[in-house]
Design a protein around this ligand. Structure first.
Ligand code: GLC
Length: 731
């Protein structure tokens, strides 16, 4: 996105001069179409009926498809709308025409939508894509998503979601880049570059929206929307870094989170919104609330009524109200009664207008008929990228010489998830289309496999024993697709038990009893507790929800056409009870050990099942000759990496550090760099990763950044557990 030109700055000043207070407040109002029914119960009742199972999701969707919607044309015509949350290009043009041609000042709407991991070409969920450890992929995914959505008139993505999450019970872990602040920061910057790219052609870029600001992933006990509280040092060392990095990359907007942070909801939190984001980080875009969040400040118990909520939000730095109409109703009387300074409104409107101008909306507010249909058929280069990211997101968790499969072997494919097209899309893929989805079953057929398919069992419901018997009698090898429905992760999808849902474990036992090799292919949106599976299954592939090319990617990995190279962006606990569990935790004074009086459970292992950064390959890699060369402002850490197997492969070399003795306790390890290396069979390469000394500090409880001398341990290896290490003292 271009920077504001001086001419545009002048235009904004002139507009602000001309605008009435009603027109200003209109810019601060984002709506979704109101469902006005067309069915014999209220929309809320319909939601209840779907939630408690009186109607199925399909029935709900069919009813919604036919529902009448009110887009509030009259309010729009009066200049009362600043933004609309929709994705239909015909409607975009219709509403935009009213805003541009029928209002007094002709200010265009900014159309926003949830495009988290692709628009029409849906890519792997972010939790999976982060595991490729390839920033160029993160950027290209954003670039493609921006192009495709802009052709539908969507110029603003409510993405990237960059909430650090350390608790696999939280369903929204699926939407973000995992548990590590460094990897998440690299992901955030690359995605913003991708979304807001191509300064020249406004058909190619959109405004990014960093969410959910901030520390939403720290919701207590992994329960969505729950309270969060933490020391300022934790906030600045763990949860803020991806936002800081992405603001420095030029992110255009930020979405405030639902949760209260240390007692103050993020929607009205002037410390995070004004002191940190707008002042300390110099953020010059605008902040939008999350859906309905301004109204929920009353429920939180921080606002007495809607006017109090409006005043608290606007003065804290909340520029745009998503979906409550409270700004429209309450800001004007608040200003007129002297309870709110008009300066807050002017600041918000200035920020909103600046993004609208930088998006080129004043010059090109509409989409053409050609644009609307440009992506009816997905371009092959978009599909090629989707396949590449999907293949590289797959993590090989276990392989007792069962994989790769021989193309001639007779495969019994089982598991309901293996052939439900839209299940490959994962959470928040609202604009994906089932017709574009390649299921695992389809992918195996595309690869020419000799495959027979029996669903047998899914994440819910019973086991079809007849199908199981057929499956285990037919194939030489059984490929069992198990995991979660896409609806079991994402928003409002916390799980108190993160083992395989339903009867899938019992199903796997039945398959194993056949004595035939069983390969588990996981489709899931969060880490799962797989101790039993890891003990009994000879091979486990973590395949997440990989998007439209899932089936082809999984087939290529299963047959070894592609060597798996993904690494875990999040820790897999051995048991749910270990949550929250993450690698970069403090040592404590009694690190867990065999001794009883140490930080451990009586009834659970000390270690996770699979650690952050873990992932196997069909080949093997060896690390040796670690060396640290200290320069004035950095450490040059090198290692000799050798592909000791008989296949070409890729390895993510990871650099960690531990500050042995500091003025506040520091994590046992912190990722500070990585390098993905593609090596031919037998090839060796010296890999060097630079650790700049200003990366080796931390924030204290006054949010002051410290760089301290002293002892450090530097680690380098293929995951957060197995590393070479060297001590160094920084003077
Ligand atoms: C939802 C989500 C947020 C999303 C917004 C608009 O409640 O919390 O991630 O962007 O509302 O759909």
């Amino acid at each position: 996105m271009k920077a504001l030109t001086d001419k545009q700055k002048t235009l904004i000043d002139e507009l602000l001069e001309k605008m009435t207070i009603d027109e200003k407040i209109g810019q601060m109002n984002q709506i979704s179409p109101s469902i006005v029914g067309g069915f014999d119960v209220s929309f809320e009742e319909l939601i209840e009926m779907m939630t408690d199972g009186r109607i199925s999701k399909e029935e709900f969707n069919n009813l919604m498809a036919g529902a009448k919607q009110d887009f509030h044309d009259d309010v729009n015509r009066a200049g009362g709308l600043g933004s609309v949350l929709i994705s239909d290009p015909e409607i975009v043009n219709r509403l935009q025409k009213i805003a541009v041609e029928e209002t007094r000042l002709g200010i265009p709407l900014i159309i926003g939508f949830d495009v988290i991991h692709g628009f029409r070409t849906v890519f792997p969920i972010a939790l999976a894509e982060a595991g490729t450890f390839e920033p160029e992929l993160f950027e290209k995914t954003g670039r493609i998503a921006a192009k495709e959505s802009r052709a539908s008139g969507i110029v603003w993505h409510f993405a990237p979601m960059i909430d650090i999450s350390r608790d696999a019970r939280w369903g929204r872990i699926s939407e973000g880049p995992g548990e590590d602040p460094y990897l998440a920061s690299v992901f955030a910057k690359a995605r913003v570059r991708g979304l807001q790219n191509d300064d020249e052609n406004p058909e190619n870029y959109v405004a990014a929206c960093l969410k959910h600001y901030v520390a939403y992933g720290a919701c207590e006990s992994g329960r969505d929307y729950n309270t969060t509280s933490m020391a300022k040092s934790m906030l600045h060392n763990t949860y803020l870094p991806p936002f800081k990095a992405a603001v420095e990359e030029g992110a255009a907007t930020v979405m405030a989170a639902f949760n209260d942070l240390n007692g103050v909801p993020c929607t009205v939190n002037s410390y995070t919104l004004r002191n940190i984001l707008k002042e300390s980080y110099g953020f010059d875009g605008f902040v939008v609330s999350d859906a309905n969040a301004i109204k929920e400040c009353i429920i939180h118990g921080i606002a007495e009524d809607e006017q109090d909520a409006a005043i608290k939000a606007a003065s804290a730095g909340m520029d745009m109200d998503m979906g409550t109409w409270i700004y429209s109703k309450e800001l004007k009387p608040a200003v007129e009664s002297g309870k709110l300074d008009i300066a807050y409104i002017n600041e918000a409107v200035r920020r909103i207008l600046s993004i609208k101008m930088r998006l080129g909306l004043f010059e090109k507010p509409y989409v053409t008929e050609e644009e609307m249909h440009r992506y009816d058929k997905l371009p092959k280069e978009h599909l090629a990228h989707a396949l590449e990211v999907a293949e590289k997101s797959v993590v090989l968790l276990k392989n007792d010489n069962v994989l790769p499969l021989n193309k001639t072997s007779k495969i019994s494919l089982v598991g309901a998830l293996a052939d439900i097209p839209e299940e490959v899309l994962g959470s928040w893929a609202l604009s994906g289309r089932a017709k574009d989805c390649v299921t695992i079953y389809q992918g195996l057929k595309n690869a020419g496999a000799d495959v027979l398919y029996h669903p047998c069992c899914g994440p819910e419901g019973e086991i079809n024993e007849i199908e199981v018997q057929a499956a285990i009698s037919e194939g030489d090898v059984i490929v069992a697709v198990v995991g979660e429905f896409a609806s079991m992760s994402g928003e409002a999808s916390s799980r108190a038990d993160i083992t395989l849902p339903g009867k899938q474990q019992e199903f796997l036992k039945m398959l194993l009893d056949s004595g035939k090799p069983v390969v588990a292919v996981l489709m899931n949106g969060r880490p799962l507790a797989l101790s039993w599976e890891n003990e009994h299954l000879p091979a486990i592939l973590e395949c997440w929800h990989l998007g439209v090319q899932m089936g082809n990617a999984v087939a290529h990995i299963l047959f070894g056409d592609v060597n798996p190279s993904g690494k875990l962006s999040c820790t897999f606990p051995a048991m749910t009870g270990q949550c929250p569990m993450y690698y970069n935790s403090p040592k404590t004074g009694r690190p867990g050990s065999k001794s009883k009086f140490t930080s451990r459970y009586l009834d659970a292992p000390i270690e996770p099942l699979y650690p952050f950064g873990y992932g196997l390959s069909y080949t093997s890699f060896e690390y040796s000759d670690m060396n640290i060369q200290e320069e004035k402002d950095c450490l040059k850490v090198s290692v000799l990496l050798k592909n000791t197997g008989n296949r070409d492969g890729a390895e993510v070399v990871q650099l960690y550090m531990h500050d042995v003795n500091a003025s506040i306790v520091r994590p046992v390890k912190e990722l500070k760099g990585f390098s993905k290396e593609y090596l031919k069979a037998g090839e060796s390469r010296k890999v060097t990763i630079i650790l700049s000394k200003d990366q080796m500090g931390f924030y204290d409880d006054d949010a002051v950044y410290h760089l301290e001398n002293g002892k450090f341990i530097i680690y380098i290896g293929g995951n957060s557990k197995e590393c070479l290490e060297q001590k160094i003292t920084i003077v």
